[in-house]
Write a protein of this length. Structure first.
Length: 674
């Protein structure tokens, strides 16, 4: 009887174990909705990296979301610097999964890995110009790799290779491009994607076959057995090769076609321009040779010149040393028939010019005597070796560019080119400039009025909030934390709106008065008004050059740049350095910080109105736009440079050419329209 009871209890225990085993996925999915899965990822683009907006991106991130999302869990991400740190977080249980990482014996002793989801193909990358196609050709050559990477083990397969390690992938790539090393060992997909992103894949290629291929997956902490089993089921049963190819296409891209490469593209443009210049140069050379043949008086060469002139789309007349017409091309007869009739009477340049006004072919307010005097003036200057150029108006409404010049010791030419369309375009541009100036003036006026009209109710709102607070204190009434928080939000919103209005008024400022100032004397006051935290140190180097600017605007520009360096700093303390010099009449002032820097793709757009790179920092987005607008009004410019790996340097360039004339600052005050 006792034995039967034991067997019965044993059956119950086995049944319960089976029920628990098969219910693990459901239980995990249910609990995971409350507690997300924590994942560690490497800064190793494009497999995984932190984007400019602070969010994790890459193949490993998308793949993890795909696998964990199916079982109903959410992901939290932890960025790490290297695989060793990643595995330590797995060992300690700080994170639940990590990846993607290659399968190695040491890592598997720390934590189990999921079923393989991909593979790392390790290859040798070389410059195409080297001409190497096999590993044997790399016997004894210099090969680069990343410090601490397991991929370096594959370099041992290269005969007698000299191994050089680099702390970052960028430094290794630069060494390869400079020729410091002959090749580098890296993952095929990852390094190829890096090359494509900068267009260098047309210069560098991988040697086939790969050095080795290692399976990769996600490592799961030992305590998360249910998670490991759920991931393995999803990988084995549902993750298809088609999906993996789609992930690869997204993050690794396709090879750059030769004509898409910038160097090749601009090289083609330059070649085309060179060809056009060469063609026009050849035409000009032929024209000069034709003129030389006329000077030598050879009949057959004379005819070649005549043929060439007839083919030119302009009205051309050739004169001898007495300014008598010896030939005019078909274009002249067609374009100016009345003037051509004058030349057919055996006249010269003087009669041609005076007669064109007398006959009405050209429009002018000159009378006959004035027209003759004008023609004499042109002939005298032409014989003196001068080139005479003017704009004339034909009676049919055309505008002609008239040029008279010598083509040798004893010959002269007179050319008339139809520039009617260019003249009309110039008139249109002037009209548009006038319209634009009016529109800008109206816009500035509107911005000023709107800002002033908005300011009053905002000030009243702020004052009312303060009155309410005072009345509540007098009445000894205590508000709940929620209501106090609402009052704080109202105050903050009003303050931000007032700051925006102030920025709008500065941005739409109508005029500036430029005088010479010494920045060294103004910087202490600027720093006081900036109100910087005591943890930030501003170092102002002596010798800042004098500048020809509006003093108030200069203070605002410097205060904006210094405040921005503090607001966008990623640490609670930092150093800002201000220095400058004068070079060839240009004052150069630099504001350098040790913050996070600005990505290259944003270094131009940050000067656009309302452009903000971070939503975590308070501001209207008008500060740098105001700075750019103000500096360009001074005739200067501003741009940003970023050091590697940290920091930004804003560079102001302000022309000081006006200083050379020796006039005093009071005499050089200038008013600039907005």
């Amino acid at each position: 009887m006792h034995r039967q009871v034991v067997e019965f209890m044993h059956c119950i225990i086995v049944a319960l174990a089976l029920v628990i085993f098969f219910s693990v996925p459901v239980t995990f999915a249910q609990t995971d909705k409350i507690q997300p899965v924590r994942m560690a990822y490497l800064e190793y683009a494009p497999y995984s990296f932190t984007d400019t907006d602070g969010s994790p991106k890459g193949l490993a991130i998308d793949l993890a979301r795909r696998l964990v999302g199916v079982i109903g869990a959410e992901l939290e991400f932890v960025s790490v610097a290297n695989p060793t740190e990643m595995m330590e977080l797995i060992r300690s249980g700080t994170v639940d999964i990590a990846g993607l990482l290659a399968s190695t014996k040491d890592r598997l002793e720390i934590a189990p890995m999921t079923a393989p989801v991909d593979s790392f193909r390790t290859s040798l990358f070389v410059k195409k110009s080297l001409g190497a196609r096999t590993l044997e050709e790399f016997d004894g050559r210099k090969v680069g790799g990343l410090e601490g990477s397991v991929i370096l083990q594959a370099a041992s397969k290269i005969p007698n290779a000299q191994i050089f390690t680099y702390p970052t992938s960028d430094e290794r790539l630069l060494a390869l491009l400079r020729g410091d090393i002959d090749g580098t060992v890296s993952t095929l997909n990852g390094f190829s994607a890096t090359l494509r992103s900068i267009g260098a894949d047309v210069l560098i290629h991988a040697i086939e076959p790969p050095l080795e291929e290692t399976t990769v997956g996600f490592y799961v902490t030992k305590s998360q057995t249910a998670l490991l089993e759920a991931l393995n089921r999803e990988i084995t049963n549902h993750l298809t090769q088609k999906e993996m190819r789609a992930f690869h296409d997204i993050w690794f891209g396709t090879p750059t076609r030769l004509w898409e490469h910038q160097v090749v593209f601009w090289g083609s443009i330059a070649s085309a321009c060179f060809l056009v210049i060469a063609v026009f140069g050849l035409i000009a050379l032929q024209f000069q040779r034709a003129k030389a043949r006329i000077l030598r008086g050879e009949k057959d060469q004379h005819q070649l010149l005549i043929d060439a002139l007839d083919g030119v789309d302009a009205a051309i007349v050739i004169f001898n040393d007495k300014l008598e017409a010896i030939h005019w091309n078909k274009g002249f007869s067609k374009s100016l028939p009345l003037v051509s009739g004058i030349l057919e009477q055996g006249t010269g340049l003087r009669d041609m010019i005076a007669g064109s006004y007398k006959s009405g072919a050209m429009v002018s307010s000159m009378d006959e005597a004035e027209a003759i005097a004008f023609a004499d003036h042109i002939c005298e200057n032409l014989k003196a070796g001068k080139t005479m150029n003017r704009i004339v108006h034909a009676s049919d409404g055309r505008v002609l560019d008239a040029t008279d010049f010598s083509i040798g010791r004893n010959q002269f030419a007179s050319v008339r080119v139809d520039v009617t369309k260019l003249h009309q375009q110039a008139a249109t541009i002037l009209e548009q400039q006038s319209d634009l100036s009016d529109a800008n003036e109206k816009l500035a006026m509107f911005a000023t009025i709107a800002a002033h009209d908005l300011r009053a109710p905002l000030m009243q709102q702020t004052n009312l909030i303060e009155f309410i607070k005072e009345d509540l204190e007098k009445a000894s009434l205590e508000l709940s934390e929620d209501i106090q928080q609402y009052f704080g939000l109202l105050t903050d919103s009003s303050t931000r709106m007032q700051n925006l209005i102030v920025d709008l008024l500065e941005h739409a400022k109508a005029a500036q008065t430029l005088i010479w100032i010494d920045p060294n004397e103004r910087m202490p006051k600027i720093l006081v008004l900036a109100g910087l935290p005591s943890q930030f140190v501003v170092k102002i180097e002596a010798g800042l050059p004098n500048v020809f600017v509006d003093p108030t605007s200069f203070d605002t520009v410097m205060r904006n740049l210094i405040s921005n360096a503090v607001k966008h700093h990623d640490c609670d303390e930092g150093v800002i350095r201000i220095f400058g010099h004068e070079e060839r009449g240009i004052a150069i002032i630099k504001i350098e910080d040790d913050g996070t820097g600005i990505p290259e793709e944003y270094r131009t757009s940050i000067f656009e109105p309302f452009k903000r790179l971070s939503s975590k920092v308070e501001g209207s987005g008008l500060g740098l736009s105001f700075v750019y607008k103000t500096v360009t009004k001074w005739g200067g410019n501003i741009h940003v440079e970023c050091a590697n790996p940290r920091g930004s340097t804003f560079v102001l360039t302000i022309p000081n050419g006006a200083k050379k004339d020796g006039s005093s600052s009071s005499e050089r005050q200038t008013s600039l329209a907005a």
